[in-house]
Design a protein. Structure first.
Length: 410
């Protein structure tokens, strides 16, 4: 018992050290990599002084399933793979498990989520030299010491528990350490930000879910929750909440973004906002341009149908389509993402801001020079240019995420 307590004290000390650590950022300034550059990336290691980087939301599991991607293979059309994770300095990241809330029943989504979870776990095990499945802050820190990238599991949508607390507990046993209460609606016990087919906020069963997640030590993600569900959850939870991939409504008027009052409430709760990279949430003017490429978007279904039997070709063609979108409407500057980070830090405080890239679900709709996770040093450079101190950048990059996860474990 004394040894266990000693390790806990050591872990808390290390978490605090990670939060304080500064870094001298390097700028990747990288476009689409050549074959030779891809080969070199396999050997890439982040600079020793780079900050601890813990991303709260990565959507790669869906592509592993639908496109048969392998994490050790880096291509122009992949946003997150081992070489790019190394190049970008990633130490830990939550891989989001998502089965559709719109095209599946909750029971079907539960079964599909189990299948996706097994596939991700198997893929991580297949690359045990670089990756390790982590379920605690202690394991995240050990992975860092061992030179490995910690992959953590998240359930992106409460519909996947099919209104069954035993299913929630089963996901926790499989390794999931946070769950988004909802995704694209169709969840009978919680309201969604962009869908009106559920309650406005939390029902009594929704409150039971929150209490059970507190008991398990499972973080509560409100990234897709309605405003009312956000406040209802704060009234029930005994642990800090997270919003893993959203931004600031004062800067861009998207329904999933947090108002200043929500940011202040998040800070009072001790939670963390993972600022997302999706340009539709970052820039109102750019979002209006999406209409100009709606026809290109409709071609996605045609590509999937035409090349569905050849997963690699399908990925290549979808990537080419995405590049056509970028050529047509451009990308907001990276400074626009930092506008949101800066606003969140000003309103909620620097201790309540993190990152949730959302890569592999948002296609090319990312800020310029942040097309994939390997270009993360560009973001560090932009924050430095804006005047963020190294210790503050360290908190944003991962220290705050690590802290809030440790608090949920208590």
């Amino acid at each position: 018992m004394d040894d266990h307590r000693g390790r806990e004290r050591s872990d808390r000390t290390e978490v605090a050290a990670v939060e304080r650590t500064g870094a001298s950022p390097l700028c990747a300034n990288q476009s689409v990599p050549t074959r030779r550059e891809l080969a070199m990336m396999l050997l890439a290691q982040p600079p020793a002084e780079s900050p601890f980087y813990f991303d709260l939301h990565i959507d790669t599991p869906a592509r592993i399933i639908s496109e048969d991607l392998k994490l050790d293979e880096s291509h122009p059309y992949t946003c997150v793979d081992i070489p790019k994770m190394r190049q970008g300095g990633l130490h830990a990241g939550f891989f989001a498990i998502l089965a559709s809330a719109r095209s599946m029943t909750p029971a079907e989504a539960y079964k599909r989520a189990l299948q996706i979870t097994k596939t991700v776990v198997d893929e991580v095990k297949r690359h045990r030299r670089d990756l390790v499945l982590a379920t605690s802050t202690r394991e995240v820190l050990k992975a860092k010491r061992d030179g490995k990238i910690a992959i953590l599991l998240a359930i992106e949508g409460g519909h996947m528990i099919d209104s069954n607390l035993d299913h929630l507990r089963h996901f926790y046993k499989l390794g999931a350490r946070y769950m988004g209460l909802t995704h694209s609606g169709n969840t009978p016990w919680v309201g969604a930000a962009e869908y009106l087919d559920g309650p406005k906020g939390l029902t009594d069963f929704g409150r039971e879910v929150v209490r059970e997640m507190n008991r398990l030590g499972m973080m509560i993600d409100l990234a897709h929750a309605s405003d009312q569900a956000f406040y209802d959850t704060l009234a029930v939870t005994k642990a800090p909440i997270i919003n893993t991939h959203a931004a600031c409504r004062k800067v861009a008027n998207h329904p999933r973004n947090l108002t200043d009052d929500m940011l202040k409430a998040l800070a009072k709760n001790g939670g963390v906002l993972g600022v997302a990279y999706y340009t539709g949430m970052l820039d109102d003017a750019h979002r209006e341009k999406f209409r100009e490429v709606a026809e290109l978007g409709r071609k996605r279904g045609e590509i999937v149908k035409q090349f569905g039997a050849d997963k690699k070709r399908m990925s290549e063609e979808l990537w080419k389509l995405g590049r056509e979108e970028v050529k047509s409407i451009g990308q907001p500057p990276l400074s626009r993402l930092v506008d949101h980070i800066e606003h969140a830090a000003a309103v909620a405080g620097i201790d309540h801001v993190g990152l949730g890239c959302d890569f592999d679900s948002i296609g090319p709709k990312t800020p310029a020079n942040l097309d994939h996770i390997g270009q993360t040093p560009n973001l560090i450079a932009e924050m430095t240019k804006r005047g963020f101190k190294p210790a503050d950048i360290a908190k944003i990059m991962g220290g705050n995420a690590l802290r809030v996860m440790q608090q949920a474990e208590k």
